[in-house]
Design a protein around this ligand. Sequence first.
Ligand code: ADE
Length: 225
Amino acid sequence: MRIDILTLFPNMFKGFLEESIIKRAMEAKKVVINIIDFRKYSTLKHQKVDDTPYGGGAGMVLMCEPIVKAIEDNKTDDTLVILLTPQGKTYNQQKAEELKGHQHIMLICGHYEGFDERILNFVDEEVSIGDYVLTGGEIPAMAITDSVVRLIDGVINDASAQNESFHDNLLDYPTYTKPSNFRGLKVPDVLMSGNHAKINDYRYQEQVKKTKENRPDLMEKNDEN
Ligand code: ADE
């Protein structure tokens, strides 16, 4: 799989690409991640990429030209081009699974007041990572890349990819490790019992309890099915 990230701030991705699971996935050639500075596609003085909004108002708007040139220069017939904006459809685990099925995705990070609306003619979809506004699309691009790469076969062990939050619209079950007694807080007896049927049942009940408590909206989705 290949993921291209178009950004004005390539340095923001250094730590992200050079540590832990993402780094290992790249080394193992499970994924190729290209960070592309779209400023270099600007033909204007000082490599300008933004300008004031028509109609007035605060802030600067990203111009179409450098972004469209960057898209055209890096796109293939298989590319899914995604614009990251707070106005997009909300990202979730199901979307991560869907993106994992693509050979090549391109994530476009905005900054400032946003994009010239005409950019929508050159992208496949708009995606938001939640109902809050960030200063740019770089953190959303990292969140999406991370959530997709960990799903690629062989990147993490399969059991942990399966038994996780949002699988079957349930949150994950609670986990514990040593010591069995931390400042008087004990690990539930059932987890020490060695009885795997009971452990599985306990974990499922805990998933349901936690989901009802923290995410009643997910629970309703389960009831609909
Ligand atoms: N850019 C700024 N905020 C964003 C968000 N919530 N999702 C995607 N891109 C963004």
